[in-house]
Design a protein around this ligand. Structure first.
Ligand SMILES: NC(=O)c1ccc[n+]([C@@H]2O[C@H](COP(=O)([O-])OP(=O)(O)OC[C@H]3O[C@@H](n4cnc5c(N)ncnc54)[C@H](OP(=O)(O)O)[C@@H]3O)[C@@H](O)[C@H]2O)c1
Length: 239
């Protein structure tokens, strides 16, 4: 149970972050959820439920000064989860360099700032959970930059587990998960992608936000686990 624990979830207004927030709230945690869109945050707060202790904060995690101001206001807390990211792909030779840099800006530097300015506010007995992803561990055409971003986050997490100890630092690597992150894809294309991926996976299905939220909750709860990359990918690395 998480009664008496305060958890900050940057990216807690959607997908895996929101599902983690729901589960943590049901275990009695006090939550601060942050993301860029006030509207998404208010909707998420309503979904998490009236009885939960949830505060919201509008934050662009790629803006270093905003991240500093945010942690100046959170006070001391117990666990930090950073699921905030915008991702994308494209052929290496034709993707504009600015778009490639944008992926690092969002998913790598956002998590870097969150860890850097969040760590001094964290209870040393607590934890940080960062997000990598399958394309760091299973190479896929069109994911050269995102794969590099995810590999960088995985490595950052392992070294921070040494430097920030006894604070625990872990990384989750989701496989293909059905979340609003692919809302921009046409419905037919998304559904075909999910079906063809599911057919190849050992578990014969794609993942849910609940699957990955369970992995995050495990990392929050288990005080003996640090410096690990937890793969919640349905066996995707093996095929
Ligand atoms: N879904 C998958 O298949 C999959 C696969 C591998 C890895 N992952 C990783 O898992 C993590 C969670 O993904 P998800 O599928 O749950 O995504 P999602 O449903 O799109 O949620 C992303 C969240 O991040 C927030 N966000 C995005 N950019 C932000 C920024 N600059 N500052 C603050 N908040 C920001 C979004 O809210 P606002 O729009 O309000 O900012 C939203 O709350 C990500 O790191 C993703 O790369 C996902």
């Amino acid at each position: 149970m998480l009664a008496g624990q305060k958890i900050v979830i940057i990216g807690g207004s959607s997908g895996i972050g929101l599902e983690t927030a729901k589960r943590a709230a049901s275990q009695g945690a006090e939550l601060i959820i942050a993301s860029r869109s006030r509207q998404k945050l208010e909707q998420a707060k309503a979904v998490i439920g009236d009885n939960a202790k949830v505060s919201t904060y509008t934050l662009d995690v790629t803006d270093e000064e905003q991240v500093q101001s945010f942690f100046a206001e959170t006070g001391v807390f117990d666990h930090l989860v950073v699921s905030a990211a915008e991702t994308g792909g494209g052929a290496f030779l034709t993707t504009p360099t600015s778009a490639a840099r944008g992926l690092f800006e969002n998913k790598f530097w956002g998590q870097y700032y969150a860890a850097k300015y969040g760590a001094p506010k964290l209870n040393p007995q607590g934890s940080i959970t960062l997000f990598s992803g399958i394309v760091a561990f299973k190479s896929m055409s069109g994911s050269s930059v995102l794969g590099a971003v995810n590999a960088a986050v995985a490595n950052l997490g392992q070294t921070l587990a040494l430097e920030l100890a006894p604070l625990r630092v872990n990384v989750v690597s989701p496989g293909i998960i059905d979340t609003p992150s692919r809302a921009g894809m046409a419905e037919a294309a998304r559904s075909a992608f999910y079906s063809s991926t599911a057919a190849k996976l050992p578990v014969q299905r794609i993942g849910t936000a609940e699957d990955v939220a369970e992995a995050v909750l495990y990392l929050i709860h288990n005080g003996f686990v640090t410096g690990t990359v937890l793969h919640a990918d349905g066996g995707h690395r093996l095929i």
